[in-house]
Design a protein around this ligand. Structure first.
Ligand SMILES: Cc1cc2nc3c(=O)[nH]c(=O)nc-3n(C[C@H](O)[C@H](O)[C@H](O)COP(=O)(O)OP(=O)(O)OC[C@H]3O[C@@H](n4cnc5c(N)ncnc54)[C@H](O)[C@@H]3O)c2cc1C
Length: 339
């Protein structure tokens, strides 16, 4: 029986933990936060409305292996994500732009109305630096499709929320969870193997430099009306520092309060200006961040593998995090002759 340490109780870590425990390994999961779920953590606010602490998380996938695996731990609520953008005139139009959007905005203005303000706030650099080719192929739909993820065959919310789902995944007699527990190097000596979802540069004490991330400050507001709009997510096209707002009760199964509504606005920033909260790895045009990542990667100890969004320094959706964690745990178990 192997004794395994998993650093991080996000979806990547808990998927690995469950797969290893299922094969008879004794697994300890640590997280520096005081809750499980990592960045998909959600909770019921004092208003009775469910909030995703780190921004709206929409589960969507076409990966049947992932949905079959997750469905062992949760029931689901149907949902199809649609986003609108609020124009300066106050109208709400479908986003990404489709033929209905064109009734309000001329096609020549699409980039400057929608993509420039959003991208520049999001990444803190000009649109041309992010995507020099954007003007050659304007991202807009030539039909009336208004679903945000039309290609994903499975779009649902876990019925009792993401935190409940993650707790169910961790509910196994061979898994021990230690919250409020930051990783320290001595811990590794107590285990045969470590799966690590912390940022790789942090593990190496930043000896070759720091990998950059974008972060987001969340601003919660309560309005004393039943609803501001019927839309769960509204993208802004204005010049404020906010990119979008989420009105939580407009998601199915996220609670009800007839007297008020809870809204969260997002303000992107550098992660160093937000207490080092790492949300989005940055892919720079010259690939220098990937080079730095690979330099660290070449020094990973033989009894450790890095997993997840920060461990692999790549933006991954939840389904990708789970799919990747299933594959990595399978590979390691095979090497151990445990499957
Ligand atoms: C703002 C935002 C919105 C998103 N929206 C969506 C969406 O709509 N749909 C979707 O599919 N995906 C979405 N994602 C992506 C989703 O959050 C990721 O797929 C998911 O977080 C991946 O899980 P993870 O386990 O790899 O990382 P995380 O969830 O980040 O988990 C890593 C865990 O490791 C812990 N940790 C880190 N360092 C240490 C340390 N030194 N010691 C102990 N513990 C440590 C952290 O506290 C954290 O809990 C979004 C992500 C962000 C940031």
């Amino acid at each position: 029986m192997k004794n395994v340490l998993v650093i991080g109780a996000g979806l990547s870590g808990v998927t690995v933990a469950r797969q290893l425990a299922h094969r008879g390994c004794r697994v300890t999961v640590i997280d520096q936060k005081n809750h499980v779920g990592g960045h998909c953590f959600d909770y019921e606010d004092s208003t009775g409305i469910r909030v995703h602490k780190f921004g709206p998380h929409i589960f969507h996938t076409s990966n049947k292996r992932v949905t079959d695996w997750l469905s062992r731990f949760t029931e689901w609520v149907d949902y199809e994500h649609r986003v609108v953008a609020e124009l300066k005139s106050g109208e709400f139009v479908p986003f990404p732009p489709n033929l209905n959007t064109m009734k309000f905005i001329h096609s020549d203005d699409i980039i400057n109305t929608f993509y420039r303000p959003y991208s520049e706030k999001m990444w803190g650099v000009t649109l041309e630096e992010i995507n020099p080719n954007i003007f050659h192929r304007v991202p807009m739909r030539q039909d009336f499709e208004d679903r945000y993820f039309p290609k994903s065959s499975f779009q649902k919310f876990p019925k009792y929320g993401y935190t409940n789902l993650v707790s169910e995944i961790l509910s196994h007699k061979l898994i021990t969870v230690k919250l409020g527990t930051p990783f320290s190097k001595e811990m590794m000596f107590n285990y045969d193997f470590t799966f690590n979802s912390m940022s790789i540069d942090e593990f190496f004490d930043y000896k070759y430099g720091m990998l950059p991330y974008r972060s987001i400050r969340f601003h919660h507001k309560v309005y004393q009306v039943e609803k501001l709009t019927i839309f769960p997510v509204v993208n802004y096209t204005n010049n404020s520092s906010f990119t979008r707002r989420t009105e939580w009760k407009n998601f199915p199964g996220h609670g009800f309060n007839g007297d008020l509504t809870l809204v969260t606005e997002e303000e992107p920033c550098d992660f160093r200006d937000n207490d080092f909260q790492r949300y989005y790895p940055i892919s720079d045009p010259k690939g220098e961040n990937r080079i730095l990542y690979n330099r660290y990667k070449s020094e990973i100890p033989s009894n450790m593998v890095f997993i997840g969004r920060c461990g692999m320094y790549v933006y991954i959706n939840m389904d990708q995090a789970i799919s990747s964690a299933l594959s990595i745990s399978q590979k390691v178990l095979l090497e151990w002759g445990a499957v």
